[in-house]
Design a protein around this ligand. Structure first.
Ligand code: GLU
Length: 573
């Protein structure tokens, strides 16, 4: 069942300052500056932590890092310093930088990592314990981003998260539900059980003040000593020891695996959709290429005329999504290990050819990957259909017009269940393909030592035809992320909705196989007969873990948007 908790607020544009345009000889656009900044995050206390940085004169990057750290405390099921993330930053003129803080596999990992007795294990069997854990990347990402774009002292960014972890925070209904549903991982370690469960094994009641003093100590140490405190000494030794000594699925992660971690600058991936510039994070995430393919393949259709109540519109979106996810499954992986044909995959001529396959009157049926320019000879690979709960997206725009779109994750709810220093370690390595070859050839996203697993995370920025930022957004929800982000962009650009309305639109998820999943209890569910008439055979209404956050710029004002399915909120400076 989809869990709906309708606690959200949209920052009123009336409460926010207006925009002052600055004349410029900009390469891309006249820079935008705003009288005040804004943060949108999945928890109001984390959004407030970021907004406090903006009030103190911090940059969008400072605020994003403070938000990431506070989310670790108040939304421990979803993200944190035991996991990784992707950061997309833009200055006021639209110059973009992206940082990859994706987790890495231990050097000892190989294609049979998730095998036992010659057989691949099931997802649920390998999540709890050590083999699913990758070396965390968020602190290295934050340090790199701060060195490049921070304005406040590093230690200042940690102050709100430390205070909340030490003084306590009220347990939300969403955290409570996650603890009830994910007891196997949330309570896997004694440290997790002690933090969140009563003596009778039940999650602490909603509203209970939860304190995480061990996390406060960890954060304090990193705030004083920098990222090296995380990646060396006691903390690094504890991570390796916890993973090696895990009661289930112990992994040969070494201290050198942890100390050798590095966040990486990657080239951003940008393309034009109806004169808007859509930019995001490239490999090892499939986010930007998949979002862009879904949109670009739809460009030849008049989605505006069809509107969001048209089954034909959703049929077209379904077909485009399935084509995009087929390419994602075959080609996307860690670019340090596999040649990923990003230019070919986002080439408008290639996407026009893919789009020509779409028939408005009939489903394509079986969808296979295309052959973009530069494509290596790879076998078909399965497109995972899992929708997870261990991710959070947040966006910040500051008064100088800098924007950050950052998705942070520990993969599943409570990651691997292993706790070190008050934070959960991720289970990100389950984002690898478990079976390393198909048709006798290696698949792109197979497990390899030191490699980063393919992600779906899609931190995105959208620029208007005048070059100015129009929308900053991203989502949580595993493989549904590109579907959520593309739908929100279509809602804003094609259906002329506010970002808030576009986020609230129902979600349709159609990975490359035949199955189409629609959000239950929505107008999409009532369109099932019409979609069946277009040939779609396997349509299911099924709850998915959905959570999108955005900030849009309307008439020079910042307007926040948070998913009504979550406790998210936008907070002005
Ligand atoms: N681990 C997933 C990814 O990187 C995200 C999981 C989630 O969104 O809950 O794509």
């Amino acid at each position: 069942m989809l869990i709906r908790k309708v606690i959200f607020a949209v920052a009123s544009p009336l409460l926010l300052g207006g925009c002052e345009s600055v004349a410029a000889r900009a390469p891309r656009a006249a820079p935008s500056v705003f009288a005040a900044g804004m943060v949108s995050a999945a928890d109001p206390r984390a959004a407030e932590a970021g907004a406090a940085m903006l009030r103190a004169g911090g940059s969008a990057t400072d605020a994003a890092i403070a938000t990431m750290l506070a989310l670790n405390v108040v939304e421990p099921q979803s993200s944190g310093i035991g996991g990784g993330g992707f950061y997309v930053e833009s200055d006021a003129r639209g110059h973009i930088e992206t940082i990859d803080g994706r987790e890495t596999a231990p050097a000892a990992a190989n294609g049979r990592w998730f095998y036992r007795n010659g057989q691949p294990l099931r997802f649920g069997e390998v999540v709890p314990g050590g083999t699913s854990v990758g070396v965390p990347g968020n602190i290295a990402l934050a340090a790199k981003a701060h060195a490049e774009h921070g304005r406040l002292a590093w230690a200042a960014l940690f102050a709100p998260a430390i205070r909340i972890a030490r003084d306590g925070f009220a347990m939300t209904p969403r955290l409570h539900d996650a603890l009830a549903r994910s007891a196997q991982t949330a309570g896997f370690d004694l440290a997790g059980r002690e933090l969140f469960y009563a003596a009778d094994g039940q999650p602490l009641p909603v509203g209970t003040i939860v304190r995480d003093p061990a996390l406060a100590v960890s954060l304090e140490a990193i705030s004083r000593g920098g990222a090296k405190v995380f990646y060396s000494g006691t903390n690094a030794a504890k991570i390796a020891a916890r993973v090696r000594g895990a009661p289930r699925n112990p992994s040969p992660m070494t201290l050198a695996d942890v100390t050798g971690y590095a966040a990486r600058n990657r080239p951003p991936v940008c393309g034009e959709y109806r004169q808007y510039r859509i930019c995001g994070m490239g490999p090892p995430t499939s986010g930007a290429t998949t979002v862009y393919a879904i949109l670009k393949q739809l460009e030849r259709f008049d989605l505006t005329a069809l509107g969001p109540d048209s089954p034909t519109a959703w049929h077209l979106i379904t077909e485009s999504m399935r084509l995009a996810y087929a390419d994602r499954a075959r080609y996307l992986a860690d670019p340090d290990y596999v040649r990923v044909p990003v230019a070919g995959l986002t080439d408008p001529a290639y996407l026009r050819r893919r789009s020509a396959l779409i028939d408005p009157a009939r489903t394509l049926g079986v969808v296979t990957a295309g052959t973009p320019a530069g494509a290596p000879p790879l076998p078909r690979a399965d497109s995972a259909a899992a929708a997870e709960h261990g991710t959070s997206h947040f966006v910040v725009i500051d008064r100088a017009g800098n924007a950050v779109s950052y998705t942070s994750t520990i993969e599943s709810a409570f990651g691997s269940g292993l706790v070190v220093g008050g934070y959960y370690l991720n289970n990100e390595l389950t984002d690898f393909d478990f079976v390393p070859e198909q048709d006798g050839r290696p698949v792109a996203n197979r497990v390899e030592g030191g490699k980063r697993p393919r992600s779906s995370m899609a931190p995105t920025l959208v620029y208007a035809p005048d070059g100015k930022l129009r929308l900053a957004l991203g989502a949580a929800g595993g493989t549904t992320i590109p579907a959520q982000v593309a739908k929100t962009i279509i809602g804003v650009l094609d259906w002329h909705l506010t970002a808030q309305q576009a986020i609230a639109l129902p979600v349709l998820f159609a990975p490359a196989g035949q199955t189409v999943i629609v959000e239950p209890g929505t107008r999409l569910e009532s369109m099932i007969p019409a979609l069946v008439a277009l040939g779609h055979g396997d349509i299911r209404a099924r709850g998915m873990s959905l959570k999108t956050n955005a900030i849009e710029v309307i008439g020079g004002r910042l307007v926040g948007a948070a998913d009504p399915r979550s406790e998210g909120r936008a907070v002005g400076e």
